[in-house]
Design a protein around this ligand. Structure first.
Ligand SMILES: [Cu+2]
Length: 161
């Protein structure tokens, strides 16, 4: 395909008018899947995925994200090349202390309801880190679901806001 000179000029003008807009990094910490499910459209959206930087030598790390599924769904698994094990944890009160508890049945996603994983609550636990989680880098997280195909999101390593 060849661009007509006039079209090309317009394109360049549009770029110059909004500096940065033409080479802005895509938001890797968010992703969306749209699939046909039982003759209807199913949409799963992951937003603002991030991980805490891990102190040197730490064996575990925690990541967070916001997720919404338009259909009844469940996060059934989690994997990353940066850890030997990854799982979904909840925080529960036991004997007056907050403790992390695995969610062996995964995390249920009510249709259309946004769920935020955040510090102090549900989180994605990485165990057996193959290296430190360094601020400014990103961690690929692959989530599997009961009702929709697997999704991979690039979680940004940063301090909590
Ligand atoms: Cu945990």
């Amino acid at each position: 395909m060849t661009m007509k000179p006039t079209v090309m000029a317009l394109f360049l003008a549009a770029c110059a008018a909004s500096i940065g807009a033409c080479n802005r990094e895509p938001d890797k910490a968010s992703t969306k899947t749209v699939v046909e499910k039982d003759g209807a459209k199913a949409v799963v959206e992951i937003k603002t995925a991030w991980c805490r930087p891990s102190p040197n030598g730490a064996q575990a790390g925690a990541c967070y994200l916001t997720i919404k599924s338009s259909v009844a769904n469940r996060i059934t698994g989690l994997a990353t090349p940066l850890a030997t094990e990854a799982a979904i944890h909840d925080m529960t009160m036991a004997n007056g202390m907050m403790t992390m508890t695995p969610m062996p049945d995964g995390l249920p996603l009510e249709a259309g309801k946004s769920i935020e994983l955040a510090p102090g609550g549900k989180h994605l636990m990485l165990v057996g880190l193959t290296g430190p989680l360094v601020e400014g880098t990103s961690v690929p997280l692959t989530l599997t679901f009961s009702a929709t195909p697997a999704m991979t999101v690039q979680a940004a390593v940063r301090q909590p806001e």
